[in-house]
Design a protein around this ligand. Structure first.
Ligand code: TYD
Ligand code: MG
Length: 489
C-alpha cells in the first residue's frame, strides 16, 4: 500500500506545503490552505510501479499526414463562433460562469440540437437529478431530443459506462467540482479531487476522440473556483458572463488551442431559454438615451465582428477629499489615463469631480480604440453638452494627447452606416488609409484630443473649464463648430 502523504494544498492556486499556514506564499491569499492526501493519482503499489516497464510507443515526424482537426458543429452559430467553428474531436473545453447565469441552459440547448442532428450526445449532471434536467428540457421545448442523460459523480463509473458502445461525439460534465475519483482520498470539490477527475476525463477524451465540455463554477473574483489548474489542462476555456439584472449573456473565449480568443457569442435569456443574437449592435443600442449629455456611441470590434455600443459617463462635483472613479465594463487604468491626458493636454480639470463610467448592455470592452469615445462621453458630461445622436466615435488616445488610428476602420464604418448613423468621428490619419470609402458616412477627423474637447465644449450649455490654465484658452481659441467635412471618396 502506498504511504499516504498529507500536505496542505492552497484551494486557490494549487500550491502544496508541508505544514499549515494562514497565508499561501504562492498566491498571497489568506485561509485557503486545506489538508489533502496527495499520494498521487494512482493507487498502484510502489513496488509494482517501480518494476513496471513502460509501454513502447512510436515517435512521429513533424511532416507527414497530419489529421485535420474534425469539428463538430453545435447547431448554434454564436457558440460555434466562439469555439472557432465547432467542437474539436478529443478536445476538452471548460465553461465557467457565475451560478444561475445559464451554463446548464446553454449546454442543454446545444446537446439537444446535436442529438437531433443524429450524434450520440451524453449529458452527465452531478448537481441536478435527472428529473430536474428533464424539466428544463421540457421548458425549452427540447424534451424530444435523444440526449443520453445521467446523474452521476463518480469519474470511474462515468468512464466505464461511456467506454461501452459507440463513442459519444460530445459529453457534458455539469459540473467538474461535483466529480470525484477514488484514486485520491480528498473530498469532492478540493483541488486534488478536481484535478484528478479532470485528468481522468481528459485522458478519456484524448483516447476515445469524444469532445468533452466541463462546466466550472466561478469564485467571487471571477476565477474558475479553486482549481485554476484545470484551466491549464484543458484545450479551451470559455467564460459565460452577464449582469444578473440584464437579459444579455456573453460567451467569451479566454483560452482556445483550436481557435480565436477575441470572438464573443451574444445570447439573450428569455422565458424559453437562450436566444442567439446575431446582430449585437442592435441589442446594445436598443434603448438609448437620446440627446442627453454624457453618452457616446463607440464603434468597436469583437473579433471579426463590429459591435456598436453606448458608453455612458457621469462627471459630477465631488464632496469627498479623494474623488471617486467608478468603472463598469472598461479598464479602470485606461479611464485614469484618459482623464490624465484630458487634464494635462486639454486643460480639463477633473480633480474636483467624481467620475462614473459605464458600458451599456453589460459588455466589457478591451480595445484601446474606445479611448476617443470615452473621452467624448466624459467631456460631454462635464460640459453638459449632448453629442450628436447620429455620430459614432473610435480612436486610440496616446499619452501626448494625439489620436492614433486603429485597425479595421472600414468594418466599423460599415456597421455604423448599416445601423443608421450619419457621421463618424475618427483619427485624422485613418482617412487616408482604409477608411471605408463606400460607407457613406460624414467623417469628422480629429488629430488631437484638444480638437475634440473644443468641439464638444462649443456645443455645451454651460462649459465648465479651468480658467487658470493657459492650455485651456488655447483650446478655446481653436474651438470651432463641428469640424465635419463631407468625405470625398
Ligand atoms: P442555469 O442554466 O440553471 O444556470 P447555471 O447552470 O449557470 O447555474 O440557468 C438558471 C437561470 O436561468 C435561472 O435563474 C432561470 C433562468 N432561465 C430562464 O430565464 N429561462 C429559461 O428558459 C431557463 C431554462 C432558465
Ligand atoms: Mg447549472
Amino acid at each position: 500500500m502506498a504511504k499516504s502523504t498529507l500536505s496542505f494544498v492552497c484551494q486557490n492556486c494549487g500550491a502544496a506545503f508541508n505544514r499549515w499556514q494562514g497565508k499561501c506564499e504562492s498566491c498571497g491569499e489568506w485561509n485557503t490552505l486545506a489538508e489533502e492526501d496527495t499520494t498521487g493519482a494512482t493507487s498502484m503499489p510502489v513496488s509494482i510501479r517501480s518494476k513496471r516497464r513502460g509501454r513502447l510507443f512510436t515517435l512521429e515526424t513533424l511532416t507527414g499526414k497530419s489529421q485535420e482537426a474534425p469539428r463538430l458543429s453545435s447547431g448554434m452559430v454564436e457558440l460555434d463562433r466562439v469555439t472557432g467553428g465547432g467542437f474539436v474531436r478529443g478536445s476538452v473545453l471548460l465553461v465557467g460562469g457565475d451560478p444561475g447565469i445559464g451554463k446548464s441552459t446553454l449546454l442543454t440547448q446545444a446537446t439537444s440540437l446535436m442529438a437531433r442532428a443524429g450524434h450520440r450526445v451524453v449529458y452527465i449532471s452531478g448537481e441536478e437529478a435527472v428529473a430536474q434536467v428533464r424539466l428544463r428540457a421540457e421548458r425549452l421545448g427540447l424534451a424530444d431530443a435523444p440526449v443520453q442523460l445521467a446523474a452521476e459523480t463518480s469519474v470511474e463509473d462515468i468512464v466505464s459506462t461511456l467506454s461501452e458502445g459507440a463513442v459519444p461525439r460530445l459529453i457534458v460534465i455539469d459540473s467538474i467540482q461535483t466529480m470525484w475519483t477514488d484514486t485520491v482520498e480528498s473530498a469532492p470539490g478540493t483541488v486534488t479531487q478536481v484535478r484528478a477527475s479532470a485528468q481522468a476525463l481528459i485522458r478519456f477524451a484524448k483516447k476515445s476522440g469524444a469532445a468533452i465540455i466541463l462546466v466550472g463554477h466561478v469564485t467571487k473574483d471571477g476565477q474558475i473556483a479553486g482549481p485554476r489548474v484545470v484551466e491549464h489542462m484543458v484545450d479551451a476555456v470559455m467564460s459565460f458572463e452577464g449582469e444578473g439584472s440584464q437579459q444579455f449573456r456573453i460567451l467569451r473565449a479566454v483560452k482556445n488551442r483550436f481557435g480565436p480568443t477575441d470572438e464573443i457569442g451574444v445570447f439573450e435569456m428569455t422565458g424559453l431559454g437562450l436566444r442567439e443574437v446575431s446582430n449585437p449592435s442592435e441589442l446594445f443600442l436598443s434603448d438609448r438615451d437620446l440627446g442627453s449629455p454624457g453618452t457616446a456611441v463607440f464603434a468597436g470590434m469583437e473579433g471579426t465582428r463590429p459591435v456598436l455600443v453606448e458608453l455612458q459617463a457621469l462627471v459630477a462635483p465631488t464632496t469627498l477629499g479623494t474623488p471617486r472613479r467608478a468603472v463598469v465594463g472598461w479598464d479602470s487604468n485606461r479611464l485614469s489615463m484618459v482623464l490624465a491626458v484630458l487634464e494635462a493636454h486639454c486643460g480639463v480639470k477633473l480633480s474636483g469631480y467624481d467620475v462614473y463610467f459605464n458600458v451599456a448592455g453589460g459588455l466589457r470592452i478591451n480595445e484601446p480604440a474606445a479611448d476617443l469615445a470615452a473621452a467624448a462621453a466624459l467631456v460631454s458630461s462635464l460640459c453638459n453638452a449632448p453629442l450628436p445622436t447620429d455620430a459614432v466615435y473610435f480612436g486610440e488616445i496616446s499619452l501626448s494627447g494625439a489620436v492614433r488610428p486603429v485597425s479595421l476602420t472600414s468594418a466599423r464604418l460599415k456597421e455604423a452606416a448599416k445601423l443608421g448613423f450619419a457621421r463618424a468621428v475618427l483619427p485624422e490619419s485613418a482617412r487616408g488609409g482604409d477608411a471605408g470609402g463606400d460607407a457613406g458616412l460624414t467623417l469628422g477627423t480629429v488629430g488631437g484630443l484638444t480638437t475634440l474637447v473644443a468641439d464638444i465644449a462649443a456645443r455645451g450649455v454651460k462649459p465648465t473649464r479651468d480658467n487658470g490654465n493657459s492650455k485651456s484658452t488655447a483650446a478655446e481659441k481653436s474651438a470651432a463648430p463641428a469640424r465635419f467635412k463631407r468625405q470625398d471618396g
